[in-house]
Design a protein around this ligand. Structure first.
Ligand code: SAH
Ligand code: SF4
Length: 389
């Protein structure tokens, strides 16, 4: 075996490092990959499971920032870990707190890129909105993130680190699972399309759900997709989380414009994937997100079409008043219009909550995220043109 040949353990491959290469960051590795790393640094086979469990608990249950805190590990093992590995989290560059308590963190990750994470406190619970990519390859014209071109997928470690950093800031390590926690729910509704980064999102969520660690129930994790149909079922079988669909239009003609992935995967195909989404019970409803854009998708006829389309799917409709951003080519629907739309959906038997915009004053609301370093914004004219207006 050459110095750079990968080593394998239980079919898990980890790259063998050259002396000069950086130490391995353990955050984001599955247990099997951790085992392979530990075997590689000389831990005996019969100790591997125990060592992995110990380090896992320190990282994800206690939120340890260094190996030296891991006091139930032998001095030698801690030294070996320090020599070969690290557990560094991304740094918080800025933290903004909205007048409504919403917190927006800007994190610096490898390569000097920036990721936005939003914490939304509510009565007796709180939701952390995390990102899956830097930027987005899709170009939904009402979305600020869509004006930023994709820089790269986030790694599993960078995705799960968003939770770790928020827990640090909210001082909630070692708290029992459940509603008392500040972060009771996770939504993959930040920057990026999670189902264009399914493997890393899955690995990060498996860590978040692990009972020996962050221990979030799969029912408290919601993944939002614009409609990457071939990956939807995989999200259900491999993660098992709740599903949200950025629906936003009731005809292919309008959806082709608002959610351009619709040109590839039409509404009928998307709804079939929703019907096939594996759910353990009927109480697990699919959320249909619907951004309210004045005179574009907000008529009574749209509301009637919507309920017809989703007939038979256990669903709730989340109406999102459009959140404007500099240069955005749309206007938020009037409040009366949103309520009239909600009433029609509601009368058809679907819950239709209107999402209160949170953190607008710090540009933390849905669709407003975009990292400053990549801010090569198109002109307002260009955005309007691209949107076909
Ligand atoms: N890319 C995924 C995850 C992002 S979720 C997706 O599109 O589903 C962010 C949610 O906010 C999506 O439903 C998105 O369509 C919506 N959104 C984007 N821009 C918005 C805006 N300006 N106002 C309100 N909602 C917006
Ligand atoms: Fe990407 Fe989602 Fe924004 Fe569309 S709405 S551009 S898919 S982040």
């Amino acid at each position: 075996m050459t110095a750079t040949a990968p080593i394998t353990l239980d079919n898990i491959t980890v790259p063998r490092k050259l002396e000069t290469e950086a130490k391995t960051n353990l955050i984001g590795l599955q247990r099997d990959a951790l085992k392979a790393v530990f075997a590689n640094i000389g831990i005996a086979d019969k100790q591997l499971n125990m060592r992995v469990n110990q380090v896992w608990g320190w990282m994800y249950q206690k939120g340890a920032l260094t190996f030296s805190e891991m006091t139930n590990l032998s001095k030698e093992f801690r030294a070996t870990l320090t020599d070969n590995c690290h557990i560094t989290r991304p740094k918080i560059i800025t933290k903004q707190i909205s007048t409504d308590g919403t917190r927006k963190y800007l994190l610096r990750i490898a390569g000097g890129h920036e990721v936005e994470v939003v914490y939304i406190p509510e009565a007796n619970r709180g939701t952390l909105c995390i990102s899956s990519q830097i930027g987005c390859t899709l170009t939904c014209p009402f979305c600020h993130t869509g004006t930023q071109k994709l820089v790269r997928n986030l790694t599993a470690g960078e995705i799960v680190s968003q939770i770790l950093v928020a827990r640090d800031d909210l001082e909630e390590w070692d708290k029992p699972a459940g509603d008392k926690r500040s972060i009771s729910n996770i939504v993959l509704m930040g920057m990026g399309e999670p189902l264009y980064n399914t493997d890393n999102v899955r690995d990060a969520m498996l860590i978040a759900m692990d009972n020996e660690g962050i221990s979030l129930s799969r029912r408290r994790i919601t993944l939002s997709t614009s409609g990457v149909v071939p990956e939807i079922i995989r999200a259900g079988t491999e993660i098992g989380c709740m599903l949200a669909i950025s629906f936003h239009a009731t005809t292919d003609e309008v959806r082709d414009k608002l959610v351009p992935i619709n040109r590839k995967h039409k509404i009928a195909e998307l709804l079939q994937a929703c019907r096939d989404y594996p759910r353990l019970s009927n109480s697990e409803r699919i959320t249909f997100e619907y951004v309210m854009l004045k005179d574009v998708n907000d008529s009574d006829a749209d509301a009637h079409r919507l309920v017809k389309l989703i007939a038979g799917i256990p669903a709730k409709i989340n109406l999102i008043p459009f959140n404007p951003w500099p240069g955005s080519p749309y206007i938020r629907s009037d409040w009366e219009r949103i309520e009239a739309f909600a009433d029609i959906v509601n009368e058809a038997g679907y819950a239709s909550p209107i999402r209160t915009p949170r953190g607008e004053d710090i540009m933390a609301a849905c669709g407003q995220l975009k990292s400053a370093t990549e801010r090569k914004r198109k002109s307002a004219k260009q955005i309007a043109q691209d949107a076909g207006l």
